[in-house]
Design a protein around this ligand. Structure first.
Ligand SMILES: Nc1nc2c(c(=O)[nH]1)N[C@H]1C(S)=C(S)[C@@H](COP(=O)(O)OP(=O)(O)OC[C@H]3O[C@@H](n4cnc5c(=O)[nH]c(N)nc54)[C@H](O)[C@@H]3O)O[C@H]1N2
Ligand SMILES: Nc1nc2c(c(=O)[nH]1)N[C@H]1C(S)=C(S)[C@@H](COP(=O)(O)OP(=O)(O)OC[C@H]3O[C@@H](n4cnc5c(=O)[nH]c(N)nc54)[C@H](O)[C@@H]3O)O[C@H]1N2
Ligand SMILES: [Mo]
Length: 898
């Protein structure tokens, strides 16, 4: 990645075409010139890539020297005298363009960089079109290599940024051509559809299929991606309130001009034909479209009835990790102030609640300790139970790049995920045995004398007790039970403890187990033992799930925490601002709400942007629970499964592209979400809907906000660590990372440098975690272990990706199965297999792959027609109730059903 101007320190005086300017010293001359408004022509340069110096268009004369130099390769120095357009160089540029125009099809008057230059230099394309150079195979990327000028930017960005090597150069010299690597078409290649090649292509050889080339863009809106917790900043190009294209923001600190298939291409859902944009109520089994006042009246009446008859324990709110901070804040305030209940929760429950709980108890703050930028500084990266290249692709690509440039990578995952190919050690434990593996790494670190004694002396308590506990987890003791070779565990321990700083990332392969919280705690132990806390390039970092799952929980959508993870004991602070008492009785979490519905004690539930019927485990039980409710309000963009099968009222919300607010990403960063188009049809932003319902229930006063910013300003009053995050400051690229307690505080990239969070002070204790095997073990009747999780092209409930172009890349869920198991079942790719557990069954097409070991299989859960969660079971993490999605004992049967 090239150095950007923001990283520069000193500025020096330079004369450009007779004019004195100040340019950042040591940076690329080409970028410095463009930064001060001098447009030197270039074709092969992209600030995201290493300078290439091949196109010869950016030649300039420096200090009157006889030989012109390529401005992209030249560095800025004090007193430099630059001529950007002397006549001889301008002539040479025109000649280069003439040569390139020989191969450009005649009559194409496009508006890309190359064609702009052709016009500027008065050169016309004269080539012929060769239909064989068109590749229509890819659903998102249109390829017409007739326009290729061999700048190789596509090849280079795929290699240098994405690390995918999907493009190659074939042939030599004038006959060289860019083509997909080891495949006839791009669709068949290793392409992951991140769109980087399209984004960098200067000629129109590669374009987005989503954008009609001829559609002019009226407006660009900078916003934050609505998919995962990485929080890429995107630019949304619109025409007449339609999205024409979405591209990454080049100056975004999070994604540095990169994006993934979802952020880039999965926006078609916004105008999907079945988007619901009018409120509806269900009467005698049939939906009826109603006015907003009628729908809001029905919700208010339903809540009032339940409260009068059964009290505040009988109502609940499930908030949305897809909606903004402001909206989530209002939803929990609504539960507490209007419904007088603490029955409020969010998707963090089924996802990273174990991370928040473990990190809060061991480090005092329940969030990632470090930042994505730290990847550049880590010498070792440990990735445990996280498939980053598919689920957090921009971070995954950066981890890959770090490994390619020499960082050591340790992967712990039962499956051979893509990152395993770059790992020095890949440990493949039996699903559910993280505590054994991680404790064994700790035991090896202690036994082999690799502990950071200084750090432990200064910052760590209960070391001797820990040593006494951990001895029984020696790698040789646990190897058989966790299925990992003891020597490999020792290798992993040595790398993590010695090639420092070492940065740990983890995902749901750690949290979604009966010992989910314990697993995260074991990772924190490793960081403490080796001094990998409180410094750049280190720490314990959950790769958070949805765009705003960190924020949703943080805003107080948890039964036992208020905004800013404030404990209930701090309720007075909130009561002062809200002018209302915070209910004293404890609330139910999402899992308990479903249990309470089954038992008949929960009567009315408002579910905002969370498809619980499809994505909660043990779907058959969830379905029965939801059908007992007197009122189920679903607020979403679509009739998702929860709405379709169970809701009584539907409130049409609008998507993140249609509203203002903020999201909080997985590294504690608050970034602006900006409205790129007005709400589609009659849909409304979630916060406006909450305001309407509160008003109908006679509590409008506490919800009388006129904008997202007004809500945010109230949030800053009750959340001291966010007090410095006013909207004007969040306008800067990347927003700010909390803690940020004051308007002049720069935000915090690395936590715990001097002291741990909360009331811990300088030191914390190592935790002694015992191993408790899951009862969900394979038997003769259920001999296989099913792991469920994700794949690159679809997102969770699939409501958005399933309605976008990208769904053609993965039209349905699949079951990964090892070749020996496929042989035993006599199935091949695409054949149907019925997966049956003690709880239910689902039919999936098979994908035979050695990514999984015999005896284990893996399924995604995004397709409502497959309903994979019929198979998953009712067990939960013992600390947070997070479901054990990652281990289910199953039987597999070949079937002709599809
Ligand atoms: N493309 C895409 N991206 C997404 C999502 C999506 O649906 N699609 N969803 C978003 C959400 S909500 C979340 S929470 C994140 C989740 O992102 P990840 O945490 O990466 O999610 P998963 O794919 O569910 O599981 C990760 C890995 O855990 C491994 N695993 C299973 N059991 C064990 C075990 O016992 N030990 C270890 N060490 N590993 C195990 C699995 O093999 C899998 O590779 O992704 C977010 N990003
Ligand atoms: N088997 C299995 N099941 C799992 C998991 C697993 O690994 N295995 N992972 C679990 C995890 S980690 C998670 S996070 C859950 C995710 O499960 P869900 O939260 O149900 O899935 P999402 O697709 O993220 O989106 C939820 C809903 O939000 C809607 N939506 C999007 N934007 C907005 C908005 O701005 N406002 C409103 N009102 N609605 C909006 C979408 O249309 C969708 O219906 O699934 C869980 N389920
Ligand atoms: Mo998640």
């Amino acid at each position: 990645m090239a150095v950007t101007q923001r990283d520069q320190v000193g500025f020096v005086r330079v004369t450009v075409d007779g004019r004195e300017v100040e340019l950042p010293e040591g940076g690329s001359l080409l970028h410095a010139l463009s930064g001060c408004g001098v447009d030197v022509p270039s074709l092969c340069d992209d600030p995201r890539l290493a300078p290439f110096g091949e196109c010869r268009m950016c030649l300039v004369r420096v200090d009157g020297g006889p030989q012109p130099v390529a401005a992209c390769m030249a560095r800025v120095h004090q007193g430099m005298v630059v001529e950007t357009a002397p006549a001889d160089i301008e002539h040479a540029r025109r000649e280069i363009l003439r040569m390139l125009a020989q191969r450009q099809p005649v009559g194409d008057d496009r508006d890309d960089r190359f064609h702009q230059l052709l016009r500027r230099y008065g050169v016309s394309p004269v080539g012929e079109r060769d239909p064989a150079l068109v590749d229509d195979s890819h659903p998102c990327i249109a390829i017409d290599m007739n326009h290729c000028i061999d700048c190789f930017r596509c090849v280079r960005i795929c290699e240098e940024v994405q690390g995918q090597f999907a493009w190659q150069v074939v042939g030599r010299g004038a006959d060289s051509r860019v083509s997909p690597s080891s495949a006839a078409t791009l669709a068949q290649s290793a392409c992951v559809s991140c769109g980087a090649c399209v984004d960098t292509c200067p000629t129109g050889a590669l374009t987005d299929r989503t954008s009609e080339v001829s559609t002019p863009i009226d407006r660009w809106t900078r916003t934050t991606c609505p998919y995962c917790g990485v929080g890429c900043e995107l630019l949304v190009g619109t025409h007449d309130d339609d999205i024409v294209t979405v591209v990454p923001a080049h100056d975004a600190p999070v994604n540095r001009g990169h994006a993934c298939v979802k952020g880039r291409y999965a926006h078609g859902f916004v105008h999907a034909p079945d988007r619901v944009t009018q409120p509806m109520v269900r009467e005698r089994g049939h939906w009826r479209t109603v006015s907003w006042p009628e729908a809001i009246g029905a919700v208010a009446r339903g809540f009032r009835d339940a409260l009068e008859r059964h009290g505040p324990g009988a109502v609940g709110v499930l908030a949305s990790a897809r909606a903004t901070n402001e909206e989530n804040y209002l939803l929990q305030k609504f539960a507490r102030v209007v419904l007088r209940t603490n029955n409020v929760d969010c998707c963090a429950r089924v996802c990273h609640a174990p991370s928040a709980t473990a990190l809060r108890s061991i480090f005092g703050t329940g969030a990632a300790t470090n930042s994505f930028a730290d990847i550049d500084e880590a010498r070792t990266i440990l990735v445990c139970g996280a498939n980053a290249t598919e689920n957090h692709p921009v971070v995954g690509a950066r981890i890959k790049q770090a490994a390619l440039s020499g960082a050591s990578l340790v992967v712990i995952d039962p499956r051979r995920i893509e990152l395993a190919a770059y790992a020095e050690v890949h440990l493949r434990p039996r699903p559910g045995t993280n505590v054994l593996v991680l404790n064994a790494i700790a035991a090896a670190i202690v036994e082999e004398g690799l502990v950071d004694a200084t750090f432990v002396a200064e910052r760590v308590r209960e070391y001797d007790d820990f040593v006494a506990h951990i001895e029984r987890f020696r790698p040789e003791e646990v190897a058989a039970e966790c299925g990992v070779d003891a020597a490999d565990i020792r290798r992993a321990a040595r790398i993590y403890a010695t090639a420092k700083p070492a940065m740990a990332f983890h995902g749901l392969g750690v949290t979604e187990h009966t010992q989910g919280t314990d697993g995260v705690t074991c990772i924190a132990n490793l960081a403490l033992l080796t001094g990998n806390v409180g410094r750049p390039g280190s720490g314990v970092n959950p790769l958070r799930g949805q765009n705003n799952v960190q924020g949703s929980a943080h805003m107080g959508c948890e039964p036992d925490f208020l905004t800013g993870f404030a404990p209930m004991s701090e309720a007075t602070r909130f009561e002062d601002v809200w002018g209302s008492a915070v209910p004293a009785h404890s609330g139910l979490n999402a899992m308990e709400m479903i249990d309470a519905a089954t038992e008949g004690t929960l009567r009315a539930l408002w579910v905002v942007g969370w498809d619980i019927a499809l994505t909660q485990p043990d779907m058959n039980t969830t379905a029965r629970a939801l059908d007992t409710l007197d009122m189920l309000v679903v607020q979403d963009l679509f009739l998702n499964e929860t709405a379709r099968a169970h809701a009584t009222v539907f409130l049409p919300a609008c998507s993140a592209y249609e509203k203002d607010g903020t999201f909080m990403n997985g590294e504690r960063r608050v970034q602006r979400v900006r409205r790129a188009l007005p709400p589609v049809g009659g849909s409304k932003p979630d916060w406006e809907i909450v305001r309407l319902v509160a008003g109908a229930m006679g509590e409008g006063g506490a919800f009388a906000f006129a904008s997202a910013e007004e809500i945010w300003d109230e949030i800053r009053k009750v959340w001291p660590a966010g007090a410095g995050l006013g909207y004007p400051r969040l306008e800067a690229p990347g927003g700010l990372q909390w803690p940020c307690p004051a308007g002049d505080h720069p935000g915090t990239r690395v936590l715990h440098a001097q002291a741990f969070g909360g009331s811990l002070g300088a030191t914390t204790a190592l935790a002694r975690i015992a191993y408790v095997p899951t009862p969900e073990t394979p038997t003769d009747a259920y001999p296989y272990t099913l792991v469920t999780g994700r794949a690159l092209e679809q997102f969770n409930a699939g409501t958005m990706t399933g309605r976008s172009l990208t769904s053609r890349l993965r039209p349905t869920d699949e079951l990964e199965m090892s070749p020996p198991d496929a042989e035993r079942l006599q199935v091949r790719d695409g054949d149907g297999v019925r997966v049956t557990s003690r709880y239910g069954s689902a039919v999936l097409p098979v994908r035979v792959t050695d990514r999984v070991v015999p005896g284990e299989c893996f399924a995604t859960f995004s397709d409502p027609r497959r309903a994979v969660n019929r198979v998953t079971g009712p067990r939960r993490d013992t600390h947070t109730a997070t479901p054990e999605y990652k281990v289910t004992a199953v039987r597999l049967d070949r079937t002709v059903d599809q």
